[in-house]
Ligand binder design. Structure first.
Ligand code: BGC
Length: 740
């Protein structure tokens, strides 16, 4: 075909695209017929713009690669101006004019930052998860972005691992529900709308099980554990229509996940039928070499593509080596074509072939960021995500008429760490509302006393005296302390789970100076913290996580009772780091501790710490109290084709209206593979006025009771099950049903 004829075809192809908008397969095929092998490879290449700059310089190597047709996507390039310059090169200066995809880590908000994902999960509010990711997609797409590398759906049971902050915690069922809500929020109901973006389920798979919580570390688990615990949230995203997946950094049973044909082809493609594109994690194909799985870069490229990684994030390996690998017969050309096809398909679905500049609109960019309604929602979500861990002496809510309240700690006036890690383009300099600003809406200046006391990490106690004197002058003391934002997230594993630096010493000294005063500790952090000392030293602990742009306002709403706290933990808080990993749905062992003799010898226990956590999964208090009564099962027998319902009456027995998160747990007592001591199978968040009662009903069928057995069959086994509806995972079963 002459060059002229090819251009004619391209024109027909673009014109035709808008007429037959939905016939993407045919469009992709006709485009691919025009493409050389090198051009197809070009689509599998993703490079990075300059981190946190408003757009890479087109004259750099990136510009060169785009012009050569050697780039299909970019990350870390955003803003209308930045993406326009790059897109123009791709569309106007390459042979086929294929638009670029722009991806970015929009993890818990883009400009308007919501609580870190672990915090958001503590709201147990699927609408809020969806709404916050919808807003994130609005803001990100208005700055030229098409794709977020979120949600992270890794199950995380080791708080030493810094990335627990990016996920939904330890539970399979809750994690799966939340995973779906993120996908819905980011992708909306129609990807061709200019305010929807591709979501990406990451990190596939097992990354959260890194040995000793050390990031990027080895993962070993049997296939049953993989299928029963780590895969379900990923499968849920496929069911929700997620368009992209990211392979991970870790090895899984000796095979790095970015070169793992079993997980990427056998499970993801063949079993689950996933049709979207798989991108590697950042240079994770190159890392097959230090893993000891590839002998050099060419070998790594071969393994990555053969295993099923369609796009090479920043590694430069596909661009450099795929062509020769195909020519040598070491990589099948059909693999490259399939990868290219999936990438083009994503671009079609986004409507980029209709208009490559459709996400590039200066007016929309200016109007969309930090819209007042986004900020209102962020405030509401910050409040709903905080968890009241302990509230002795009813130290919270604070009263507006208290004469003076001392606010002490390095995070009182903070507008920086409050956004947490992976805060995309959230403005850390001036836009975020600090706790100090938040409480100023409730108190007059003469009621507020303040002292910083110390830094988060530095060893300098010179501010202690001022802090102690300030505390002595106040009627009530509120400490705002925690981790720095960089202490969780990627490459932020800790071996010590205490509140960092000398903050714990300051808490102790403030208590010593004020033995009878109410002390409230507001915590900001990205992981479960060891609070064993603090539960004794202070009256009240409010876990605020890193609550985001409107964090200080949302937290203040909780402090003063405008919002009655309703968050519940989605990750267990250990008593000390030696209990880790600790999660609610562990196995019973052959030597469980007997209820009637907790100290019996030769049981599965520690000699220096109880087995129980400090705060259990599902725990969270309210300013009111809820009573659960009258658990009823519609039948004590479940048949294989039937259903039973379980209902409970929940009454708000306190004096304040409030939300309650009601949790359904089941225990499969005997099975061919031992099952966890309890498993969450449902939850409902309901609002109850003071004095009000509601009956809450859950339906159970065999689908809820299935698990992978040792033959890797997903099946259910007859027998006896325990069941409970409870306010947290800390309860003992009293009811049973039988499956026959
Ligand atoms: C992280 C991913 C992230 C990617 C791109 C990697 O280091 O593991 O979660 O999406 O970088 O920024």
């Amino acid at each position: 075909m002459t060059l002229k004829a090819k251009y004619f075809l391209i024109v027909i192809f673009f014109f035709g695209n808008s007429i037959f908008a939905q016939n993407y397969e045919a469009k992709v095929d006709s485009l691919m017929n025009l493409m050389t092998l090198q051009e197809k490879i070009g689509q599998t290449v993703m490079y990075s713009g300059s981190w946190d700059q408003t757009g890479p310089i087109v004259g750099s190597d990136n510009g060169k690669y785009i012009r050569e047709g050697n780039m299909g996507a970019m990350l870390n390039a955003f803003t209308v101006k930045g993406t326009f310059d790059l897109q123009k090169v791709a569309v106007e200066e390459t042979r086929l004019g294929i638009p670029l995809l722009f991806g970015y880590d929009v993890i818990h908000g883009h400009r308007t930052i919501f609580p870190i994902n672990l915090g958001l999960s503590a709201s147990w509010d699927l609408n809020m998860v969806e709404e916050s990711s919808r807003i994130a997609a609005e803001e990100a797409s208005a700055e030229g972005l098409h794709w977020t590398f979120a949600p992270m759906v890794d199950i995380a049971r080791d708080p030493r691992w810094g990335r627990v902050s990016e996920g939904a915690g330890e539970d399979v069922y809750l994690g799966s529900q939340i995973a779906k809500a993120y996908v819905k929020g980011f992708q909306g109901d129609d990807l061709s709308k200019h305010n929807t973006i591709l979501a990406c389920a990451k990190h596939f798979v097992g990354y959260g099980a890194a040995q000793a919580g050390r990031d990027y570390h080895t993962v070993n688990m049997d296939e049953g554990e993989l299928r029963n615990v780590y895969l379900p949230p990923f499968k849920a995203t496929v069911e929700a229509g997620v368009e992209t997946f990211m392979s991970a950094f870790n090895e899984l049973n000796g095979v790095p996940t970015s070169g793992n044909k079993f997980t990427l082809r056998d499970i993801l493609r063949d079993e689950w039928g996933f049709k979207g594109l798989v991108v590697s994690d950042y240079i994770s194909i190159n890392e097959l070499i230090p893993h000891g799985f590839a002998k050099d870069s060419t070998d790594a490229a071969r393994i990555g593509m053969n295993a099923g990684v369609d796009m090479d994030m920043v590694g430069h390996l596909y661009r450099k080596f795929l062509k020769e690998l195909v020519e040598q017969g070491k990589v099948s050309e059909s693999y490259v074509s399939d990868a290219c096809r999936r990438i083009l398909m994503a671009k079609f679905k986004l409507g980029l072939f209709d208009d490559p500049y459709r996400y590039i609109d200066e007016k929309r960019e200016a109007e969309t960021k930090y819209k007042p309604e986004f900020l209102t929602k962020a405030r509401e979500i910050a409040a709903a995500s905080s968890v009241l861990l302990q509230n002795k002496n009813k130290a919270l809510p604070l009263s507006k008429s208290t004469k003076t309240i001392a606010f002490i700690g390095p995070l009182v006036k903070d507008e920086y760490d409050i956004l947490g890690n992976w805060a995309a383009k959230g403005d850390r300099n001036g836009k975020a509302v600090s706790v100090f600003e938040g409480i100023s809406e409730y108190l007059k200046p003469n009621q507020i006393l303040y002292a910083k006391g110390c830094d988060i990490l530095k060893d300098d106690a010179s501010g202690f005296d001022e802090a102690i004197n300030t505390s002595k002058k106040a009627d009530v003391i509120v400490l705002v302390m925690g981790e720095g934002h960089h202490m969780s997230g990627e490459a932020a594993s800790r071996t010590n789970l205490k509140i960092p630096g000398i903050q714990p010493q300051l808490i102790k000294k403030i208590r010593e100076a004020n033995p009878n005063k109410k002390i409230v500790l507001v915590l900001m952090n990205g992981r479960p913290i060891n609070l064993s000392d603090e539960v004794i030293l202070v009256d009240t602990i409010l876990e605020a996580w890193f609550p985001g742009t409107m964090g200080g306002a949302g937290v203040s709403d909780v402090l003063f009772g405008t919002y009655n706290p309703s968050g519940k933990l989605t990750m267990t808080f250990p008593r000390n780091v030696g209990q880790v990993p600790i999660y609610y749905n562990m196995k019973n062992t052959g030597r469980p501790i007997p209820d009637n003799n907790p100290n019996e010898d030769y049981k599965s226990s520690y000699i220096d710490t109880p087995n129980t956590p400090l705060f259990a999964f599902g725990h969270g208090l309210s300013y009111t109290t809820f009573q659960y009564s009258d658990l009823k099962l519609s039948s004590n027998t479940l048949t294989f084709s039937g259903e039973i319902s379980a209902s409970v009456t929940v009454t708000n027995t306190g004096t304040t209206d409030g939300n309650e998160i009601i949790q359904l747990y089941v225990h499969d007592k005997v099975a061919s593979v031992t099952r966890p001591v309890k498993e969450l199978k449902g939850f409902q968040k309901i609002f109850l006025k003071k004095g009000e009662s509601k009956t809450v009903t859950f339906t159970i069928s065999v689908e809820d009771l299935k698990f992978y057995n040792n033959e890797m069959h997903y099946a259910v086994e007859p027998g006896e099950f325990e069941i409970a509806i409870a306010p947290s995972s800390n309860f003992k079963f009293k009811n049973n049903f039988t499956l026959e």
